[in-house]
Design a protein around this ligand. Structure first.
Ligand code: C5P
Length: 411
């Protein structure tokens, strides 16, 4: 954090007092901190105490002409290396998601060209409210990074759940990570403009009878993150997804399916595409025959005969007429990750394979982080551990670069 300039936007919540410690810790790490407080925040802590710790005048009002003369909100928002919003209240997140700019805090957040890290804190019901979840999904799609909220006791009596502000060391660690990744709040470059990116995501459900099915533990987080990143980078995105508990990525055309055969049809009907990313965990087998009525307990013990599902990736990679220019598969392996992924790339006819370790101790299934290796024709790249969002963004930037090069070579 040495010599990094942090603009801290303090929202109006009970957790605002923790910002005093956050400022102190940031300054201990040799960062300089400027603070902007919302009007509500000043009800919880005083600008005087924040200013004493930042050693800078605390800014609260957009229409404070002196401040506008001194610095101006555009410069204020861009002179920083990183903006941290803490506590990011439900109201502040809603304003950010809606693009409001009616006070200094929301205006600097709108005007910035720098990464923004939001640390939400609010009552659990407010956090779980669909409106807040929608806003968070939108903000993630816009490139805003998040830390927390944590789960636990709330300031109000008898209230517990997700909504506690992340602890100060967690906020500092997340800030360090965002600064290291060098992300931008909104990619000003949109290198996938004019491209069609097709993504499969989630598990498939293979019916055993009208009420039962075979499935797997895929959360769909990585596939959805890829669809989100591609849309954010300007692509037209079609997401063919199995049943997941995730919001639709903003801007993507979402086709919901249940079985592998439906997924294959969905993909075929969405061609042509420039890039196809097969991140779905497709069931390898399905029950051979599905009775139209529920199998009753007590009847003869059912024998589950399975037949193989179509391999969607192979079908599309080997599709002679409409093969996408770049076909990317995933290989979730529990052992010998790279060897298996390299063999899989060749066997399936994919251009790239994103290989990851999904052994139970890795925590990848259902988690937010991933450590992957990119297996291409020319070798293997080891990527550092990063969030699934960061993997998605990096993969789609690589795809854009690959398309640019191959298009240029063809011209
Ligand atoms: O399951 P497997 O390790 O073979 O999956 C590797 C890749 O193949 C993944 O990208 C997955 O989405 C894809 N796949 C598929 N259709 C299948 C099985 C796997 O598209 N039936």
């Amino acid at each position: 954090m040495k010599e990094k300039r942090i603009l801290l936007v303090i929202g109006g919540g009970i957790a605002a007092y923790k910002c005093l410690d956050l400022v102190r810790r940031l300054r201990e790490e040799s960062a300089s901190v400027r603070a902007v407080m919302t009007r509500a925040a000043t009800q919880f802590i005083t600008p005087l105490s924040v200013g004493a710790l930042t050693n800078e005048k605390v800014l609260t009002d957009l229409f404070d002409l002196d401040d506008e003369h001194e610095i101006g909100h555009i410069r204020l928002s861009r002179e920083a290396d990183l903006l941290i919003v803490a506590p990011a209240t439900a109201d502040l997140l809603a304003k950010m998601a809606g693009g409001h700019a009616d006070d200094l805090a929301s205006t600097v957040l709108m005007a910035t060209n720098k990464p923004v890290l939001a640390a939400p804190a609010m009552n659990p019901r407010m956090w779980l409210n669909p409106a807040t979840q929608r806003n968070v999904a939108q903000l993630k799609a816009d490139g805003i990074r998040f830390v927390g909220p944590n789960t636990g006791e709330m300031a109000e009596r008898d209230e517990a759940g997700p909504g506690r502000l992340a602890e100060v060391p967690e906020i500092i660690a997340a800030a360090r990570k965002v600064l290291a990744e060098g992300g931008t709040v909104m990619p000003l470059r949109r290198p996938l403009t004019g491209r069609h990116v097709l993504v499969t995501s989630g598990p498939t459900h293979e019916p055993i009878d009208p009420v039962r099915y075979l499935a797997n533990r895929s959360s769909g987080k990585q596939g959805h993150a890829i669809a989100r990143a591609a849309a954010q980078l300007g692509a037209r995105v079609t997401l063919i997804t199995g049943p997941v508990a995730l919001p639709d990525p903003p801007g993507a055309h979402v086709v919901r399916i249940a079985t592998a055969e439906e997924m294959l049809r969905g993909v075929q009907q969405s061609l042509p595409a420039d890039v196809a990313v097969f991140a779905a965990a497709v069931a390898d087998w399905r029950p051979a025959a599905v009775p139209s009525e529920k199998i009753k307990k007590g009847s003869a013990k059912p024998a589950l005969e399975l037949v193989e599902n179509p391999d969607i990736l192979t079908a599309i990679a080997k599709e002679p007429a409409q093969r996408p220019a770049l076909v990317i598969g995933f290989a979730a392996e529990t052992d010998d990750v790279i060897a298996h992924a390299t063999a899989k790339r060749k066997a399936k006819g994919a251009d790239w394979i994103v290989a990851n370790d999904v052994s139970p101790q890795s925590g990848v299934f259902g988690g937010d982080d991933n450590t992957v290796h990119l297996v291409t024709r020319s070798g293997v790249e080891d990527w550092p551990a990063m969030s699934k969002d960061a993997v998605a963004e990096r993969l789609m930037l690589r795809a854009a670069e690959h398309l640019r090069k191959t298009t240029a070579a063809a011209e």
